[in-house]
Design a binder for this molecule. Structure first.
Ligand SMILES: N=C(N)NCCCC(=O)O
Ligand SMILES: [Zn+2]
Ligand SMILES: [Zn+2]
Length: 325
């Protein structure tokens, strides 16, 4: 049957389902009610779900993150006044669905995620991944670095995720950035964590983290630097290199993101995080992920809505950069 769904098409792009004609809560739940990948000729940005949580050390459930973020994204509208951009009119953004990855073999899943990401990048599209636990950042960085070389990574998280192993396992959600550094996927002069807080294993964790190529903006520094000071630190570190953004939703305070597996008190507000992300419109943003959304611990889509807005700001930043190029 021919698809007659009324959509908001503009700038030559196939846009969102028109919420003035089809109620927001009706119909299939693609991200922001955007078209599926197979419904367009060519995409500029592909949103890919990776429902995988076999790498977690505490509460499971991030495998349900992609579906929850999509379901929580139905209210996103087409014009972003904070950035004066209509992201879906500048870029053809599509939902690429979920990668079917092996929940019983982490190594097999890593290979499947890398292959899925590479398939997107080969088309020339940018990739925005919805996780999934943070383990998935490693295969995503492998695919990204194969295309762009060593990356400047800005990693928003309460946790360092540069630990070495758990129960003898090298590939977990606490270890992706150590593996990435060891594998030469990172530009060690240009990576930083933002939002780090909470108890560590030992003081040495921080020294090792520095050796792996990361600078840290601690969550408590928000009080002294403010949003603009944090942005300045971030942009100085990233420079004009290709930038990959990895956002663990637990960078937000549990009040703003209860639906996650390893919550830590004392985090950013959603408003602070969204403001920092807007500054990424001035960098060479080549890809991003949003991970660790675990809906079983969420309430009223608080975490899902935060993640949907995070995705929206990342796409807006990509759109502004594209319009300026
Ligand atoms: N990546 C996330 N969310 N958490 C890592 C926590 C690792 C630990 O249990 O020490
Ligand atoms: Zn975390
Ligand atoms: Zn993490």
């Amino acid at each position: 049957m021919r698809d007659t769904t009324p959509r908001l098409n503009s700038g030559g792009k196939i846009g969102q389902v028109d919420a003035t004609r089809v109620p927001r809560y009706a119909g299939a739940s693609t991200f922001a009610r955007l078209p599926r990948w197979d419904e367009v000729d060519a995409a500029d940005v592909v949103i890919l779900g990776v429902p995988f949580d076999t790498g977690v050390s505490y509460r499971p459930g991030a495998r349900f993150g992609p579906g929850h973020i999509r379901e929580s994204s139905r209210l996103l509208r087409g014009y972003n006044p904070a950035q004066n951009v209509q992201p879906f009119a500048v870029l053809q953004v599509v939902d690429g669905g979920d990668l079917a990855v092996n929940p019983f073999s982490i190594e097999e899943a890593l290979a499947e995620i890398e292959a899925g990401a590479s398939a997107v990048l080969e088309t020339g599209a940018k990739l925005l991944t919805l996780g999934g636990d943070h383990t998935i950042a490693l295969p995503l960085l492998r695919a990204m670095a194969a295309k762009h070389g060593p990356l400047a990574v800005v990693h928003f998280d309460a946790h360092l995720d540069t630990w070495d192993s758990y129960f003898g396992a090298d590939y977990t959600h606490g270890t992706p950035f150590r593996r990435a550094s060891e594998e030469g996927l990172l530009d060690k002069n240009a990576c930083l964590h933002v939002g780090i807080r909470g108890p560590l294993y030992t003081a040495d964790d921080l020294d090792q983290d520095g050796d792996l190529g990361f600078e840290i903006v601690h969550a408590t520094e928000m009080d002294s630097l403010g949003v603009s000071g944090v942005i300045e630190r971030m942009l100085r570190r990233l420079g004009d290199r290709p930038v990959y953004v990895s956002i663990d939703i637990d960078v937000l305070d549990p009040a703003f993101a209860p639906g996650t597996g390893t919550p830590e008190a004392g985090g950013f507000t959603s408003r602070e995080l969204l403001a920092i992300l807007r500054a990424l419109s001035s960098v060479n943003l080549v890809g991003a992920d949003i991970v660790e959304v675990a809906p079983a611990y969420d309430h009223a889509q608080i975490t899902g809505v935060a993640a949907a807005h995070v995705a929206y700001e990342l796409i807006s930043a990509m759109a502004i950069a594209q319009a300026a190029s």
